[in-house]
Write a protein that binds this ligand. Structure first.
Ligand SMILES: Cc1cc2nc3c(=O)[nH]c(=O)nc-3n(C[C@H](O)[C@H](O)[C@H](O)COP(=O)(O)O)c2cc1C
Length: 207
């Protein structure tokens, strides 16, 4: 959280979508968090799914059909967390040409809390995580989210070069890679535009 953020700042949650031991995802996640918090009018926070051990989805009906609060206390807290945000960055590794199961589970638990909010993606892997991100875009639309055109795809050579790097070393490499840095700037611009437009629309419709 950025204590100096103006009151109309956008609250963007960076959701870290890999929980495995030795995960790489923390490097791009913490880097994009820093990029977001360096942008005017954005208040970004890291949401690590390791801190949210949600049960494997077992609700009797889809959250898009139910209106009551979730009965599981952790899911209820997850609902409040997501409801509090204006937009999201999903950090999504590519597992078997898809995205991670832990991320899908976290998405499936909610519906309205995601609705009418922008979402951007950060990925990496053999093809920069492109296949995982393209699948996530379809899921995002079903959750009535607005996926940004741009995503950060850390190219394979940068991914390999930073695999054993420390967080600051990796951050330096991402910032020095025009393809990655430019994409980060673009997702920040798109999240800002959509974030304000959709927040205003949500408030107007709710009023
Ligand atoms: C189960 C599994 C499946 C994978 N499948 C792919 C894949 O389809 N494409 C790819 O580029 N990398 C794949 N990889 C390699 C991952 O890109 C690499 O392990 C990366 O570090 C995973 O992200 P994480 O460390 O944040 O979990 C896979 C890794 C795992 C563990």
């Amino acid at each position: 959280m950025n204590a100096l953020s103006p009151p109309n700042s956008l609250k963007i949650l960076v959701i870290l979508g890999s929980t495995r031991e030795g995960r790489y995802s923390e490097k791009p996640a913490r880097w994009i968090l820093g990029q977001l918090n360096g942008a005017p009018g954005i208040n970004a926070e890291l949401v690590d799914l390791r801190d949210w051990p949600l049960p494997f989805f077992n609700a009797p009906v889809s959250p898009s059909w139910s209106s009551g609060p979730p009965s599981d206390p952790l899911v209820a807290a997850w609902s409040a967390k997501i409801a509090s945000a204006d937009g999201f960055v999903l950090v999504a590794p590519e597992y078997n040409h898809g995205y991670t199961a832990v991320l899908k589970n976290a998405l499936d638990w909610l519906y309205r809390e995601w609705n009418q909010k922008p979402v951007a993606f950060v990925s990496y892997g053999g093809v920069g995580g492109a296949r995982a991100v393209e699948q996530l875009r379809q899921v995002a639309v079903e959750l009535k989210m607005a996926p940004t055109r741009t995503a950060v795809h850390v190219p394979a050579e940068v991914f390999m070069a930073t695999m054993k790097a420390t967080l600051p070393e990796a951050a330096e490499t991402y910032s020095a890679t025009p393809w990655v840095k430019d994409a980060a700037n673009n997702i920040i611009a798109e999240l800002t535009w959509w974030g304000h437009a959709l927040r205003a629309a949500r408030q107007q419709v709710a009023a």
